[in-house]
Write a protein that binds this ligand. Structure first.
Ligand SMILES: [Zn+2]
Length: 124
């Protein structure tokens, strides 16, 4: 039996990595872990997970994911805050897809103890 590593780029198998967060059996302990799990949710077209990990203040009413997007990998470039000792954090990353890449600095906050995505700023 072969186990595939998680789409977020960490060597762990999906079930032991982002799978726990998407399934709701565990909460992402850091802003980076949440960001990685949200990338995985984009890969797996899990709009419900993306919406429930979005800050209520900035969350869209609905989210239509494009099944034609071929995600090709995630690179986390920088993080600030976002640990167990913080209530806010940022994650700078590059998410590649066939034909391009998204370079963004995302902001995260804790709501009732759980990390959620607030918004992001595109970088050149
Ligand atoms: Zn993962």
């Amino acid at each position: 039996m072969t186990t595939r590593s998680c789409p977020c780029g960490l060597p762990e198998p999906y079930e032991k990595c982002c799978g726990r967060f998407l399934a709701g059996t565990a909460a992402a302990p850091t802003a980076e872990a949440l960001m990685r799990s949200r990338y995985t949710a984009f890969v797996r077209l899990d709009a419900a997970y993306l919406l429930r990990t979005w800050h209520p203040r900035t969350r869209p009413a609905r989210l239509d994911l494009d099944p034609g997007t071929r995600w090709a990998g995630l690179e986390v470039l920088d993080t600030t805050g976002g640990s167990a000792f913080h209530s806010t954090g940022t994650v700078t990353f590059r998410a590649s897809y066939r034909g391009g890449a998204l370079h963004e600095r995302s902001r995260f906050e804790r709501v009732d103890g759980a990390w959620v995505y607030v918004d992001g700023e595109f970088l050149a």
